[in-house]
Design a protein around this ligand. Structure first.
Ligand code: CTP
Ligand code: CA
Length: 227
C-alpha cells in the first residue's frame, strides 16, 4: 500500500516538526495547558521519515505515544519551544508547526506551592512570543514553513490572516467543530491554504493520510536547490 511504494520525495531533507500543547507553570505543582494530543504532528513526523527525510521532533505535553527512531527534544513552555526551534532553524529545510503553544503564561511563577487563601484569586497572564511568526521572520528562500490553525468560526478568513501575518508557505486549517476533526481524534478534515487562497480541501481522512497529502504537496513546492 501507498507508503512503501511511494518515492522517497523528501530524501535528504531536514524536517523539524513541533507537536503537543505547551505547559505554563503557575507553581511547582500547577500549570496551564490545552487539549493538543500530539497525534497530527506525530503522523507528519512518521510520514516524513518514510519519505526519506531526516526528522527532528520538538515535543511539548502530549497524550499520544511519541514515535521512536528519530531525535526528540522535550520542551515544557512556549518559551522553551521557541528556543528549541530557533536554535535548530539554520540547519533545517522544512519547519512544520503542528504544536499548540500556549498563547499566555502566568506573569509570575511561584517558587513554592501556592496556599489557598481568599475567596477569589486573580491570575495575571502575559502574552507569549509567536514561534511561527519568529520562524517566518527569519526564514531564507530555501526554507519552507508550514503553520496550522484550529478554528471554531470564520475558517478561511482566520487561516489566511495567520498565513500572511506569520509569513508561512502553507497553512493547514481545521474546523474543530466538525465531527472527527481536531484535538485527540485519529482523523482530521483540513483545508490547506497558500498565499493565493485554498489549495486543497480533502475529505475527512486519517491523520496519516492527511500527513501524506500535506508532505507530498510540500515536496512539490520545495524551492529548487541552488547552484
Ligand atoms: N503558534 C506559534 N506560537 C504561538 C502560538 C501559535 O508558533 N505562541 C503557531 C501554532 O503552532 C500554529 C499557528 O501558530 O502553527 C497557529 O496557531 P493558533 O493558535 O491557531 O494561532 P494564534 O496566532 O495563536 O491565534 P489564536 O489562538 O488567537 O486563534
Ligand atoms: Ca493560539
Amino acid at each position: 500500500r501507498g507508503h512503501f511504494s511511494k518515492e522517497r520525495l523528501l530524501e535528504g531533507k531536514k524536517v523539524l516538526v513541533t507537536a503537543g500543547g505547551t505547559v505554563e507553570r503557575i507553581d511547582p505543582v500547577r500549570y496551564l495547558t490545552n487539549d493538543s494530543s500530539g497525534k497530527m504532528g506525530f503522523a507528519i513526523a512518521e510520514e516524513a521519515r518514510r519519505m526519506g527525510a531526516e526528522v527532528t521532533l520538538v515535543v511539548a505535553k502530549v497524550t499520544a505515544p511519541i514515535p521512536s527512531g528519530m531525535p526528540v527534544v522535550r520542551v515544557e513552555s512556549t518559551m522553551d519551544m521557541m528556543n528549541a526551534v530557533l536554535a535548530r532553524l539554520p540547519e533545517v529545510d522544512i519547519v512544520i508547526k503542528a504544536a499548540a503553544p500556549a498563547d499566555y503564561r502566568p506573569a509570575e511563577r511561584s517558587e513554592q506551592k501556592m496556599k489557598k487563601k481568599d475567596e477569589e484569586l486573580t491570575l495575571k497572564l502575559v502574552k507569549n512570543p509567536d514561534i511561527l511568526q519568529a520562524v517566518g521572520e527569519r526564514k531564507t528562500e530555501r526554507q519552507f514553513v508550514v503553520g496550522f490553525a484550529a478554528e471554531t468560526q470564520n475558517l478561511e478568513a482566520f487561516a489566511m490572516d495567520k498565513l500572511k501575518r506569520k509569513n508561512s508557505d502553507l497553512l493547514v486549517a481545521n474546523d474543530v467543530t466538525v465531527e472527527g476533526a481536531g484535538f485527540g481524534t485519529d482523523t482530521n478534515a483540513v483545508r490547506i491554504y497558500d498565499r493565493n487562497g485554498l489549495v486543497e480541501a480533502p475529505p475527512l481522512m486519517s491523520k496519516a493520510q492527511v500527513a501524506q497529502r500535506l508532505l507530498t504537496m510540500i515536496a512539490e513546492r520545495l524551492p529548487k536547490k541552488e547552484g
